[in-house]
Design a protein. Structure first.
Length: 432
């Protein structure tokens, strides 16, 4: 490693240790690299400007963020919760089962794990904590685990970012997440059923038949969003990026016009929060363009590909190694950093080994979702603790079985790519 790269790594590591916002630390490390190389510092602005300006798919990120925040502010979460109570509330541990099904539905609208935990997850936790049979740790563990469905079931903000750095098809990535997402939900519901039966958790009181029409009608309109989004994308009516605008408009009309649940003050807060969240992501993106320029200029991705080739790893062995790498890095680093810094370095090796980019992308995103639910970083754990006050240790104690099954599914997806690729290929992805 030469002096310029050492300066980059040193500034980046120092910034992270001093808790400088990661985007600023990444940009500062890129500028340090240029300074040591004695290159024009204006290259920093050029790389950031060109990267952001040429990334049309990036427009989807703030729009999906806005749509998720609108739905959380506009009573959509409560309506979906009531709808799901009719479907699975009579199972043992009914409220926990409801939370998982709500997450499946909400995932088809938001694309964000944090939005899932902060919206419908918070509604479910409040309901569970009203009953002594549900411990706070169990309630938090279910919500944290089910929130990982958000970026796996389409649409997905991390998949949009992965498509940006890899050139993979956003539509194919979305399709690739459907079957793994369904399997994740079924595994989680199986865990809840096992624990609920063992602990004799209650079934929810049945919803009177006379109330069904009202509850189903209240929940039907939010359910139309995934149908509109995916139907529009795969029929060719609009692109995945345009679908994000459709999602934002759909959420705004539902919450503001149909349900009349948005005041101007609430809408202002939603816009402000969405702008803040989008700015954080954009700042990290800007820093990633600088780091990727430095790594490419120094030949790091090519050197990594050469190292993999020298080891003569099979595609399966390489993917297992990547899984291990991301599971470790996910303990310490944010999802955006992993996607924007480490994935581009691995892509030359991925392509050289003939690994499908869609398969690799869905594996990477699932890896990162697992990273969100285990310490020390565990962003979903910290978000849930901040919203509810449930200790992280209690959630981890109750949630280890969810984590084990997610790791088992990750291994199965690694060994059997058709779990990811069957649906995209059935819909024409990769057809000559």
């Amino acid at each position: 490693m030469n002096i310029a790269l050492l300066a980059l790594v040193g500034v980046l590591s120092g910034g992270m240790l001093m808790r400088v916002p990661i985007g600023f630390a990444m940009i500062a490390s890129g500028i340090a690299y240029l300074a040591v190389k004695r290159q024009d510092l204006g290259l920093a602005a050029e790389q950031i400007g060109n990267g952001l300006y040429n990334s049309y798919v990036l427009l989807a990120v703030p729009l999906f963020v806005f749509a998720a925040n609108i739905m959380n502010a506009g009573t959509v979460s409560e309506r979906i919760f009531d709808f799901c109570r009719i479907l699975v509330g009579r199972l043992r541990g009914g409220l926990a089962q409801v939370d998982i099904l709500v997450s499946v539905i909400f995932s088809g609208m938001s694309g964000s794990a944090i939005a899932d935990a902060a919206g419908p997850g918070l509604v479910t936790i409040r309901q569970m904590l009203k009953k002594p049979e549900y411990s706070p740790g169990f309630a938090g563990a279910v919500v944290v685990a089910s929130a990982t469905l958000g970026p796996i079931i389409p649409p997905s903000i991390p998949m949009v970012i992965y498509a940006l750095v890899s050139g993979a098809s956003v539509g194919a990535l979305f399709l690739g997440g459907v079957l793994p997402g369904v399997l994740m939900a079924l595994l989680m519901m199986g865990v809840v059923q096992y624990i609920a039966t063992k602990r004799h958790m209650p079934r929810e009181a049945p919803v009177p038949l006379s109330e069904w029409p009202v509850v189903l009608f209240r929940g039907a309109l939010p359910l139309s969003m995934p149908i509109v989004l995916l139907g529009g994308i795969y029929s060719g009516a609009f692109t995945p990026t345009e679908a994000a605008a459709v999602a934002a408009a759909h959420a705004l009309i539902l919450a503001g016009v149909v349900y009349r649940a948005l005041s101007w003050r609430t809408l202002y807060g939603v816009v402000l929060e969405s702008a803040r969240g989008s700015a954080v992501i954009t700042l990290i993106l800007a820093g990633s363009f600088m780091l990727n320029y430095a790594f490419t200029a120094e030949g790091v991705p090519q050197a990594l590909a050469g190292w993999v080739d020298a080891l003569q790893l099979s595609p399966l062995a390489f993917l297992l190694l990547v899984n291990l790498l991301f599971l470790v890095l996910g303990c310490f680093l944010d999802v955006s950093v992993l996607l924007l810094v480490f994935v581009p370095m691995l892509l030359p090796a991925v392509k050289a080994l003939g690994i499908d980019l869609v398969h690799f992308g869905v594996l990477v995103v699932l890896n990162m979702m697992i990273g969100l639910i285990h310490p020390p970083f565990g962003m979903l754990l910290f978000v849930t603790k901040a919203l509810t006050g449930i200790p992280i240790g209690a959630m981890m104690k109750e949630g280890w079985l969810f984590l084990v099954l997610l790791l088992a599914l990750l291994l199965a997806m690694t060994c059997f790519p058709q779990i990811v690729l069957w649906l995209p290929q059935t819909m024409g992805y990769g057809a000559k």
